[in-house]
Design a protein around this ligand. Structure first.
Ligand code: SIN
Length: 310
C-alpha cells in the first residue's frame, strides 16, 4: 500500500519523506547497511572525495542541548570504495544517493564520470562544506557556482541536486535562484550546517571541538529557523522547477510538517540521527503521517508549500 508520505525528489520517487543527511553514520558499509535496514526513504552516502580521508582531528562532533557543532572534514573511504559498496546496498531496494565533494573544483568531473555509471539513483553535489581548512564554501561564491554548474551539468547523466549553505539575505536567494534556474537541477538541499560558529566551555576555557580553533558547523535546534527560511525562499523562487529538500533541526513529525508547509519535498536528518539512531527515520515519518491525516491532507503534494499568510 502506498504511504501518505510518498514523495519525489527530482525524477526519483521516494517511499517516504525522511532520510539521512550526508552526514552522520553513513560512511562505512556497516553504517550504510544499518540505514538500508531502517525506514529511511533512501540510503544517503557520506560525501566522498577522490581519496580516502581520515578527516579532521577529534573531538570534531559535539552535541549540546540545542544541537551540535561539527568539523568532520569529509572523513570517507574514497569514491572507489563507494563504487564497490553500492552494489551491496542494492539488496535494500531503496534509492541510493551519492554525495560528491572536492578539495579542488577540478576534481568534480572524475567523480561525476565515475558515478554516472554506478547504480545510484541521485547525486548530491556538496557545494557547502564549511570544515575544510583554507577552502571556502563554493555556494557562497556565485560566480564560481555558476561557472562550475556550466562546466559540470553537461557531464552529469544522473538526476542530481546541490547541497547549499544557508543564505541570510533575500538578495542572495534571488542571485542564487537566477543561477540555478538556468540548469536542470533536480533538487536543492537546504541547508548544510551554519558554518564557522563557535561553542566554548567556560569551565575548561576551551572550544568544544578541536579543528579550526573550534570553529565548526552548527546543526540541530539552533538552525531550524534558518533552514525553514531557506526552504521557503527557494520554494517560492524555484519550487515549480526543482525539488527542495529540507535539512536542519528536524526532530519530530511536527518539525517535518513545518518544512513541508514551507515547500520541502523531503527532509534529511543529521543531528537527531546521531542522537537517536536509525529509528528516527520511521518515527518522524509516522508522526508526519499522523499529522497529515489529522489535518485532512491526503498526500505530501496536497500540503506542500501551504504556509498561510498571517
Ligand atoms: C564534514 O564532513 O565536515 C561535514 C560535511 C559537510 O558539512 O558538508
Amino acid at each position: 500500500m502506498m504511504s501518505i508520505t510518498t514523495t519525489q525528489i527530482g525524477s526519483v520517487s521516494l517511499p517516504s519523506y525522511v532520510f539521512g543527511a550526508s552526514g552522520p553514520n553513513c560512511t562505512t558499509l556497516e553504517q550504510l547497511q544499518i540505514v538500508g535496514r531502517s525506514d529511511a526513504a533512501a540510503i544517503m552516502i557520506k560525501t566522498c572525495t577522490l581519496e580516502y580521508r581520515e578527516g579532521n582531528p577529534e573531538p570534531r562532533y559535539v552535541e549540546v542541548p540545542l544541537g551540535s557543532i561539527n568539523s568532520m572534514g569529509y572523513p570517507n573511504l574514497g569514491y572507489k570504495e563507494y563504487l564497490r559498496i553500492i552494489p551491496i546496498l542494492k539488496e535494500f531496494k531503496k534509492p541510493i544517493i551519492a554525495s560528491l565533494g572536492v578539495l579542488k573544483a577540478s576534481e568534480f568531473p572524475t567523480l561525476i564520470e565515475a558515478f554516472n555509471t554506478a547504480d545510484v539513483d541521485f547525486l548530491e553535489l556538496n557545494f557547502s562544506c564549511p570544515n575544510l581548512t583554507g577552502k571556502p564554501q563554493i555556494g557562497y561564491d556565485f560566480e564560481m557556482t555558476d561557472s562550475l554548474l556550466k562546466e559540470l551539468v553537461p557531464l552529469i547523466k544522473k538526476p542530481f541536486g546541490i547541497k547549499l549553505p544557508p543564505y541570510f539575505d533575500p538578495v542572495h536567494w534571488e542571485q542564487a535562484a537566477t543561477i540555478f534556474k538556468k540548469y536542470p537541477i533536480g533538487a536543492l538541499v537546504c541547508i548544510n550546517s551554519i558554518g564557522n560558529t563557535l561553542i566554548i566551555d567556560p569551565e575548561t576555557e576551551q572550544p568544544l571541538i578541536k579543528p579550526k580553533g573550534g570553529f565548526g558547523g552548527l546543526g540541530g535546534d539552533f538552525v531550524k529557523p534558518v533552514a525553514l527560511a531557506n526552504v521557503r525562499a527557494f520554494s517560492q523562487l524555484l519550487g515549480d522547477k526543482m525539488s527542495i529538500i529540507g535539512v536542519g533541526g528536524i526532530k519530530s513529525g511536527m518539525d517535518a510538517f513545518e518544512f513541508l508547509l514551507c515547500g520541502a519535498d523531503a527532509v534529511q536528518i543529521g543531528t537527531q540521527f546521531m542522537k537517536e539512531g536509525p529509528e528516527c527515520f520511521g518515527r518522524i515519518d509516522r508522526e508526519l503521517a499522523e499529522i497529515l491525516k489529522r489535518k485532512g491532507y491526503k498526500s505530501i503534494a496536497e500540503a506542500k508549500g501551504k504556509l498561510k499568510p498571517l
